[in-house]
Design a protein around this ligand. Sequence first.
Ligand SMILES: [Zn+2]
Length: 101
Amino acid sequence: MRIKKGDQIQVIAGKSKGKKGKVVRVVPSLGKIIVENVNVIKKHSKPKREGEKGQIIEVAAPFDASNAMVVCPNCGKNTRVGYSIKGADKLRICKKCKKEF
Ligand SMILES: [Zn+2]
């Protein structure tokens, strides 16, 4: 997974195309990410106690990481992520401006 929690991403395909947001969770086993305010679905929650009403809550649902591109914090462009090796560290670099992030 090239996308990490905390990244800014832009959606490049699918029904949320064009939206930007911050990654709040990644699910590497499924190749999916959860991004705030993107792919929001309405969920009905059942009443917890008798006499209480059920609620409709909005939650961001996971979607395919392949539908998103990382927005580079340096140049602000949608970019592909490259890697550079520095000693024992593998750093992610922006393919457009070549800066690490
Ligand atoms: Zn960049």
